[in-house]
Design a protein around this ligand. Structure first.
Ligand SMILES: Cc1cc2nc3c(=O)[nH]c(=O)nc-3n(C[C@H](O)[C@H](O)[C@H](O)COP(=O)(O)OP(=O)(O)OC[C@H]3O[C@@H](n4cnc5c(N)ncnc54)[C@H](O)[C@@H]3O)c2cc1C
Length: 412
């Protein structure tokens, strides 16, 4: 094998493949190094193996706002390869796309493996030399230039280097944070990942109305795309943005994973110790004892302290002034069912950033936003999850990979 290349890309994930393919398209002689035996191992499990390729927010200004404080930094790279170019790229590589709820874009086949296949074909057809089972152990530096990488006992050299080794989540896919260590050793500013123990943001107004109130002992069940994932019991504190308390904080990292797989909803069961029948009996008795009182007042005897009016908000068609003796059996059942299943839609993790993907990485102040080139090392480019850029779930992470990968490949 030739040991000197125009460009060496380390990491055959989403951003590395895009970078290698683009550099080869420009006629560069490219080597792609991947430590796994196959390319795109993480890409293959994205979006519950359906791969949420990008987010169809067509207003670029609004799209960039999802990247929080990196909005301005990303403006130039997105103007070179943004949403439109991403969609064109995949459709022109025979991968029809569909847009689902919340503007999430998927391959029409609903198979992440098809996205991996497109990327692999892009890389191979461009003539990129691919070395799998090739773990880079060291980056070799001479002054302000990277001169080579060590794989096994060999030093492979190139004019430019693109590090695309990803973050630290799901290390079984190969993303073990090697890039973070190298960049630190190279003297670059690397932001530590923030803890995943954070409150959850929800979209529902009824819970925000309860800010400061807690449900002392409830069961919270989480669902991804309607499929049950996890149930936990304990105290839930309501806040201005969603839910918190130790129970929720300790569940956050699992919820973060769920958010990567689709829309996450949850239900709160206010009476976890009673089944529907027992709760119906309990409420019937309270109604019988308070026949001539208004529903809104009787609800205060049923619902946990301070929560009755917010819960009644979830029954907009109910006349809350109505005397409980005129509540029909069907209406009572609706109340019973609601108290067992108060609905929530989880929009993300709270924290400094509200990101669902673990953040941390090289500080963007050290990167030129037009090219993804390091400001410290003139022939070093950084892409994808290695960048310290916060974003929510919904296709934004992979969009970041397509954009930064393409731009790095275009300049390297
Ligand atoms: C379960 C899950 C589901 C997700 N779903 C979505 C989704 O639907 N939509 C979305 O936008 N985002 C999603 N994401 C986030 C998205 O997968 C990542 O943002 C993206 O894969 C990052 O790509 P990357 O190129 O930066 O790195 P990675 O995809 O992590 O690739 C890095 C590659 O570098 C290789 N590597 C690492 N160290 C070395 C080394 N020393 N030598 C050689 N090779 C090395 C690794 O083996 C790996 O293949 C999901 C993430 C997870 C964990």
């Amino acid at each position: 094998m030739n040991k000197h290349f125009d460009v060496i890309v380390i990491g055959g994930g989403a951003s590395g493949m895009m970078a290698a393919g683009r550099a080869a398209e420009r006629g560069r002689q490219v080597l792609l190094l991947e430590k796994n035996k196959e390319l795109g191992k993480k890409l293959a499990i994205t979006g519950g193996s359906r791969c949420n390729i990008c987010n169809n927010e067509e207003d670029e200004h609004l799209l960039l706002q999802y990247f929080c404080s990196a909005e301005k930094f990303l403006y130039s790279s997105f103007s070179q390869f943004g949403l439109t170019e991403t969609k064109e790229f995949f459709t022109s590589h025979d991968l029809p796309l569909v847009v689902e709820a919340n503007k999430r874009v998927f391959p029409a086949s609903k198979k992440a493996s098809d996205v991996v296949a497109v990327m692999e074909k892009y890389v191979r057809s461009g003539g990129v030399e691919i070395l799998t089972n090739a773990t880079v152990k060291k980056i070799v530096v001479d002054g302000e230039k990277i001169t080579g990488v060590r794989v096994g006992n060999e030093i492979l050299t190139a004019e430019s280097f693109i590090i695309a080794t990803g973050g630290k989540s799901h290390p079984e896919t190969g993303s073990t944070g090697d890039g973070f260590s190298w960049l630190k050793e190279l003297g670059c500013k690397v932001v530590k990942p923030t803890p995943s123990v954070v409150p959850l943001a929800v979209q529902d107004d009824w819970i925000k109305m309860l800010a400061g109130v807690s449900f002392d002992h409830v069961k919270v069940t989480f669902f991804v795309e309607g499929r049950k994932q996890l149930a936990v019991q304990g105290r839930v504190l309501c806040t201005h943005f969603g839910i918190s308390g130790p129970l929720i904080l300790n569940t956050a990292s699992k919820v973060a994973d769920m958010l990567l797989d689709g829309v996450v909803t949850a239900t709160i069961d206010v009476f976890p110790g009673m089944d529907l029948g027992a709760l119906d009996k309990h409420i019937t008795k309270i109604f019988d004892d308070n026949k001539n009182r208004d529903l809104k007042n009787v609800m205060k005897l049923i619902a946990p302290t301070g929560t009755a009016s917010a819960i009644l908000m979830l029954l907009p068609r109910f006349d809350v002034e109505k005397k409980v003796h005129s509540i029909s059996k069907q209406e009572r059942k609706t109340i019973v069912n609601l108290l067992k299943d108060l609905p929530l839609t989880i929009t993300g993790l709270m924290g400094n950033d509200r990101a669902v993907v673990s953040d941390g990485g090289i500080s963007i102040s050290e990167i030129d936003g037009k090219t993804m080139r390091s400001r410290k090392y003139e022939n070093l480019y950084i892409t994808g999850d290695l960048l310290h850029i916060n974003r929510p779930s919904g296709g934004f992470s992979l969009q970041l990979c397509w954009t930064t990968g393409w731009v790095a490949g275009d300049y390297a």
